[in-house]
Ligand binder design. Structure first.
Ligand SMILES: [Zn+2]
Length: 341
């Protein structure tokens, strides 16, 4: 992989380029260091996942909107995995995930590591005011913000995007966790890629952040916030097959599984059925929620919840399940990270 490019102006054609054209236009991952009227820069990262276009599309619109009069505050804009974007993939085969290799990662050193370390060092030297990392997901999810610190300034930054705020500590090596050592930082999840309304929401959010004078230390009012944490990660074992359309597989999930995202599900809720081999069970990994007895039960051939649960990020995209997970299980928490009933 080629080294990081840093540009202080937009090349011709950037504001009309689609994400699939950026590799040709930019030649590789690029950090734009753009001037603004006053204050410390906002750091915005886009396309850490190549098939998630909302962040870049929203950034383009914000830049176009301010082209004549200049940005309200300086902007550091990172355009990440343009090679994967050219092929509409999250990451290329053989690449490490651009959102798992930020400082704090437990993954072994790689070219992606070295690139991201360069980005991080550059951004640290510019002492950012706040940081936003924009993502899409593949299932039916509401828009929500994610933080890695339960600090009011972090919550204000997230609340500006959505009242649903998720606190997480796993996986490691993600952008918002690394940037949280420098400034208030959030990951925002903007629903599916390629949807105009999602781009419009992200655009309004970036613009609001550019216009913010400061992030208050005063508490975000309790009733303004649905705060939860990622307690557990549910994975399909790598050796198992899966389907969502009734195709025979080790896990035959129901076709509307992603409708269950962010719903309070009762024990007994059905996720699907086991295939004929009965060879595998779902893996549930502790991501900060603590040890659990059985989460899933398999009466007859059915896959059902053995306990009440609040899932997020359920998807019907087999590839996304393979690359990331089936879903996260959430826990409602208070400002101290304690589970609330
Ligand atoms: Zn993503």
């Amino acid at each position: 992989m080629s080294a990081l490019r840093v540009l202080e102006a937009l090349p011709p054609g950037l504001l009309t380029a689609r994400t699939s054209e950026l590799e040709r236009l930019l030649g590789g991952p690029t950090l734009f260091d753009l001037p603004g009227r006053e204050g410390a820069p906002l750091f915005l990262s886009t396309l850490l996942h190549g098939n998630e276009d909302t962040g870049f599309e929203a950034a383009k619109r914000v830049l176009a909107r301010h082209a004549a009069r200049g940005l309200p505050r300086p902007l550091l804009l990172f355009v990440g995995n343009v090679a994967a974007a050219a092929r509409n993939l999250r990451t290329l085969p053989g690449q490490q995930d651009f959102n798992r290799v930020w400082p704090g990662t437990r993954l072994a050193a790689s070219p992606e590591h070295a690139l991201i370390a360069e980005v991080f060092d550059y951004v640290r030297q510019r002492a950012p005011f706040a940081s936003i990392d924009i993502h899409n997901n593949t299932g039916l999810n509401p828009h929500y913000g994610c933080v890695n610190r339960l600090d009011e300034r972090w919550l204000h930054l997230a609340r500006l995007f959505s009242r649903t705020v998720v606190y997480f500590t796993e996986p490691t090596g993600v952008q918002s966790q690394a940037l949280a050592t420098l400034c208030p930082a959030v990951t925002v999840e903007c629903g599916k890629a390629g949807v105009a309304a999602n781009i419009a929401h992200a655009e309004a959010y970036i613009d609001a952040c550019l216009h913010l004078a400061e992030l208050p230390h005063a508490p975000v009012p309790e009733h303004d916030l649905d705060l939860m944490r990622t307690g557990w990660i549910v994975r399909v074992p790598a050796a198992a097959s899966l389907s969502f359309d009734g195709t025979p597989a080790d896990f035959e999930f129901r076709p509307d599984l992603d409708h269950l995202n962010f719903s309070e599900l009762a024990a007994g809720t059905r996720f699907g059925r086991l295939g004929a081999r009965h060879a595998h069970r779902l893996d549930v990994v502790d991501a900060g929620g603590g040890a659990l007895d059985a989460v899933f039960d398999y009466p007859g051939d059915d896959i059902v919840l053995a306990r009440d649960a609040l899932p997020s990020m359920l998807t019907l995209d087999v590839n996304a399940v393979r690359l990331d997970c089936l879903c996260y299980l959430m826990q409602r928490i208070d400002r101290h990270g304690r589970a609330v009933p």
